[in-house]
Design a protein around this ligand. Sequence first.
Ligand code: GLY
Length: 348
Amino acid sequence: MSKKEAIQPLTAYFQRENIRNVVILTDENVNRLYPDYFSGLQEFCQLDHYVLPAGESSKSIETAVKIWDYLAEKQYDRNVFLLNFGGGMVCDLGGFVASTYKRGIRFANHPTTLLAMIDAAVGGKTGINLQYLKNGVGTFYFPDIQLPVDISLLKTLPDEELRSGFGELVKYALIGSEELFQKLCQLDSIEHLEPDFLTFCVDFKQNVVKKDPKDTGLRHILNFGHTIGHAIESYGAEKGTPIAHGLAVAQGLYYESLLSTKLGLLPQNEWQQIAAFLPKHFQIMTLTEEILSKLVVFMQNDKKNSDNLINFTLLDHLGHATPNFQIPISEIQTYLLMTRPSTLDPKP
Ligand code: GLY
C-alpha cells in the first residue's frame, strides 16, 4: 500500500465531515522516521503536530495535562480532530486525551507497530498508567474512523518489537483461525508477514468488540495467553530484566495451551503442534517451583482473580477459545511445574 492509499480514507472522511483542524500526535522516533507521512492532508485541512518523548513513561497523566493545555492554548474547539500516529503508547494516550478534551473530540489511530496495528489501535480501550498500575485510568472511546493498516511501516520496526507483535498475532491464530495458524507454521521469517494476516486479526477483534464493547465477558477471549503472560511480564520487571509484552504473552500462550490440554479441553495432537511451533520463534522459560510461585502471586494480585481461583481463557481447539474458566491455584501448580519447552507429553 502506498502512503497515498493509506491516507485516502482520511481525506475522504475529512471532506465529508468538513474537518478543518487536525492535530497529529506522535512520538519523536516516528516523527524522525516519517516526518512527511501526512503532508498530503494539507490540501484538505490545517495540520498541527504534537511530538511526545518516545517510551512508556510518556503514557502518564502529566503528559495528558500537557496535551490538554496545548489544545486549549491553541483554542481548539470540539471540532478539532486528533490523529494518533505511533505505537501502543501514542494510541492509548491519544485516545484518552480525545475522550476527555472538551468532553470528547473525534480521533483516529494510524498505528506504526505490529502490536498496535492488531491490538491497541482497535477496540476503543484508551488509558494512561498510574505509577504502579498499567492502564490504571482510562475510558472506552472508539475511533471515529478505522484506518487500513500500512504494513510498510513495519520495515523500520526493531526486530524485538516485531517479534513482540508476532506474539499477539499468534494469539489471534490460536483463538480464531486454525488456517492462519497453519500459515504461520509455514513462515520462513517473521519479516514476511502477509497483509491478510493482519487483516484477519483486526477483523476478528472488531467482531468480538462489537459483541462485547465494555469487556464484560466474550471480549475476555482476547486475553488468551495474557493471564500467565502478564505475570511473566511483572516477574521480568521485578527482576530488573524487562520482557517485551508480546514475548511474555507468547510464553503465556505456550503455558495456557498446555493447561488447556491438561484440563482435557485441547486435543493432545493440537497441543503438540503448538508446542513445536512456539519455541521456534520465542524463548520459553522453564517454570521452576520458585518462578511458578512468584507468577501465582502476580496472578492473585490481578483484580480479575480471587485468592484461590484464577480466571483463564482456554483453548478447546486450535482456532477456538472459551473465556472465563476459574482454575484453582493448586491445579495450575500441579500442571505447569517444571514443564520444559521440549516436553510434548501433556499427561500429568
Ligand atoms: N487487548 C485486549 C482488549 O482490547 O480487550
